[in-house]
Design a protein around this ligand. Sequence first.
Ligand code: G3H
Ligand code: 13P
Ligand code: ZN
Length: 320
Amino acid sequence: MVSYKDLGLVNTKNLFKKAVKGGYAIPAYNFNNMEQLQSIIMACVETSSPVILQVSAGARKYANQTLLRYMAEGAVQYSKDLGKKIPIVLHLDHGDSYELCKSCIDTGFSSVMIDGSHLTYAENVKLTKKVVAYAHKHDVTVEGELGVLAGVEDDVHAEEHVFTQPEEVEDFVSKTGVDSLAIAIGTSHGAYKFKPGTDPKIRLDILHEIEKKIPGFPIVLHGSSSVPHDLVEIINSCGGKMDDAIGIPESQLREAAKSAVCKINIDSDGRLAMTAAIRKVLKENPGEFDPRKYLGPARDALKELYKHKNINVLGSAGKA
Ligand code: G3H
Ligand code: 13P
Ligand code: ZN
């Protein structure tokens, strides 16, 4: 059994309390490799922001759960080397079983998500409650989810959003004992969130209804990449094909971050920034074959993207 506390990590409790009070959101950035982790930590140290490092099922398959945990432990030391020990959470993204959440808790994660959103309400409550009981024994915080995001999540594909029903949140939170709640209000995973020609709008009205039911309770938004147009253009002009990629307008995320939304999940935008930089370097230098020559610029681009998010979208800059 490894406790996150011995690794220098923190859970989300205090971070969320301050974020709700202060009207900002903590960034939750996914990582799968060293360059992504370096850029996240550099950006958050340079903007003095707390950060949630997220590990998805795909990341565990790609990079190995143990290795990712050691990388997060290294990130704590790395932030000190860069000049500031920022609060770092190691979080399981979209945990799908009690066993997986337990294994992450036992190996040093400080926060887990149990995603029962595809189950019936009663089953979701039962599973989430079981995870909370184990996690809280170890002072690990738990994120639950109510409602279903449209789009692709690992192997699960939902055609339509099932918006979170404000009438259910109070009961879910009190029955399960979760520390935060992910809600579905029109965000979705990936780079194709809205049909071209439609209004890219999330349902802030539902968010406000939910807030009224559970005042001050920490809310989480998944699927919150903005799919910056300039990145898509670079990708398309350098041999890529990403027509019709559309994300959540930054102004709407800024608005949400001012409310009880205190964790905003961003993965796809990082993928776009990396891909755009790599495509550009390789197009301009077809003879290049040293990975550092394209992963280095990709890392720089990622860092700038994360700094921009912290300062201008989430408002987490200066809150470490
Ligand atoms: O929730 C989705 C995240 O973007 C992680 O995606 O499972 O492909 O790593 P992934
Ligand atoms: P995006 O695909 O919009 O970046 O969402 C990521 C996410 O929600 C991870 O859990
Ligand atoms: Zn997600």
